[in-house]
Design a protein around this ligand. Structure first.
Ligand code: 5GP
Ligand code: ZN
Length: 105
């Protein structure tokens, strides 16, 4: 989607390093980390928020949370999904936050 920062990241426009990538999903570090580790799990397809997300996609994204935490050796972590501006969503491309260590959120 034009003017979506996460679509631009997914398209490689900023050279963002991906911690994980497959056909449908990328994972990268949050630019303004709220914990020692702060990852964002993001579908490649532009989906605005959880309200617009299929069961199949959210299941896929949660399975990637499990896969990436194992990959990164993270055993204790918090997952956050903000849905809607009033709930604190700032980027309107669905993402799951993974936070671990000294969480400030
Ligand atoms: P939200 O508040 O929408 O749930 O979370 C958006 C997150 O995206 C914030 O934690 C913010 O720091 C992060 N973010 C915003 N712009 C960028 C960016 O250009 N690159 C990266 N890596 N993270 C970003
Ligand atoms: Zn997008």
């Amino acid at each position: 989607m034009v003017d979506c920062i996460f679509c631009k990241i997914i398209n490689g426009e900023f050279g963002t390093k991906f911690v994980y990538e497959d056909e449908n999903v990328v994972v990268f570090n949050d630019i303004n980390p709220k914990a020692d580790t702060h990852l964002l799990v993001v579908p490649k397809k532009h989906v605005t928020d959880l309200n617009e997300c299929s069961e199949e996609l959210i299941a896929k994204l949660m399975s990637i949370v499990k896969k990436v935490t194992v990959q990164e050796g993270i055993k204790s972590y918090r997952t956050v999904i903000n849905t809607g501006k009033e709930a604190g969503q700032e980027v309107f491309h669905l993402h799951i936050h993974i936070l671990s260590g000294n969480i400030k959120l």
